[in-house]
Write a protein that binds this ligand. Structure first.
Ligand SMILES: NC(=O)c1ccc[n+]([C@@H]2O[C@H](COP(=O)([O-])OP(=O)(O)OC[C@H]3O[C@@H](n4cnc5c(N)ncnc54)[C@H](OP(=O)(O)O)[C@@H]3O)[C@@H](O)[C@H]2O)c1
Length: 262
């Protein structure tokens, strides 16, 4: 039977890759965005014309009942406000789904949200708890940091004479295409609760990753390790955000840089 799948955050970094894969299946895909369907242009996703668009805002609740309504079998919740508001946004989504209690809710979370006391991770953990106690059939997948996030961390410092990185810290970045592939599998499976975490193919020192970025972009800069204070820094130094036993991803950071460096 053809599934109807709603993707929140379908216009985001992960969401774009996920929707691209879902439209290649026989699912009917609906994408939630605060702006609705993007105007045609260089920025519009290639799949924009192949999906249903739902305009809605998880911060205000506007349009959410309509977006989840009717014949949606699976919701993949990828939207993020990048802050504490994620908890309220998730609650809004769950409340809207209470009218459709058989809908399978899939949530993308982050490895180590219960080990690294970073404010954003605290919110993700709280959102996980809301989903677990919602009464809805659910699946929660935790992934490590996306390559794109580390790329942003480094490229944001491109005008600086040095690239600052957290000291004595390793990352296991994963490509959003790999995370999207796993999410597609989960949409086709019954609700499974919390499933095994996934991480990228390599655990590497962040200084090493920064040097790869500099080499790929032809920049000569020193990499400066900076100690992050408090529990958050300690959590990262202890590798709480990595999952070396679950190297699911196949795309390395160098592969990502090769594909994304002009
Ligand atoms: N970045 C990482 O390294 C990483 C690692 C593991 C897991 N994750 C998780 O993966 C998910 C996706 O992350 P990402 O980096 O792809 O996100 P992103 O690029 O920042 O995209 C955010 C998305 O959320 C939507 N959104 C924001 N506020 C909204 C609102 N009020 N109502 C409805 N939609 C809203 C945006 O859609 P519009 O602007 O079109 O409305 C956009 O599509 C997040 O849950 C994140 O925690 C991220």
């Amino acid at each position: 039977m053809t599934q109807r799948i709603l993707v929140t955050g379908g216009t985001g970094t992960l969401g774009r890759d996920l929707v691209e894969r879902l439209v290649a299946t026989d699912a009917v895909v609906r994408v939630l965005s605060r702006r609705g369907e993007p105007a045609a242009g260089a920025d519009a996703p290639t799949w924009a014309g192949s999906v249903e668009w739902a305009r809605g805002d998880l911060s205000t609740g506007e349009g959410i009942a309509g977006a989840v309504g009717g014949d949606v079998d699976v919701v993949v919740h990828c939207a993020t406000t990048q802050g504490k508001k994620d908890v309220d946004a998730t609650r809004t989504l769950i409340e809207a789904l209470s009218t459709w209690p058989d809908t399978h809710l899939i949530y993308i979370s982050i490895v180590g949200v219960d080990r690294v006391p970073f404010f954003y991770y605290n919110a993700k953990l709280e959102a996980e708890r809301l989903i677990e106690t919602s009464g809805l059939p659910f699946t929660i997948l935790r992934a490590t940091q996306f390559h794109a996030l580390l790329h942003t961390l480094f490229s944001a410092q491109r005008w600086s004479p040095v690239v600052c990185v957290p000291s004595r810290t390793e990352f296991q970045p994963i490509d959003t295409s790999d995370v999207a592939a796993r999410l597609v599998e989960l949409t086709a499976a019954p609700a499974a609760g919390r499933v095994a975490d996934i991480g990228g193919p390599e655990v590497r020192s962040v200084s090493d990753l920064a040097r790869s970025y500099l080499a790929a972009t032809g920049r000569r800069r020193a990499v400066l390790p900076v100690r992050i204070p408090g529990g958050t820094g300690a959590g990262y130094r202890s590798g709480g955000h990595n999952t070396p036993e679950n190297t699911y991803g196949t795309v390395t950071f160098e592969d990502f840089l090769a594909a994304h460096t002009p």
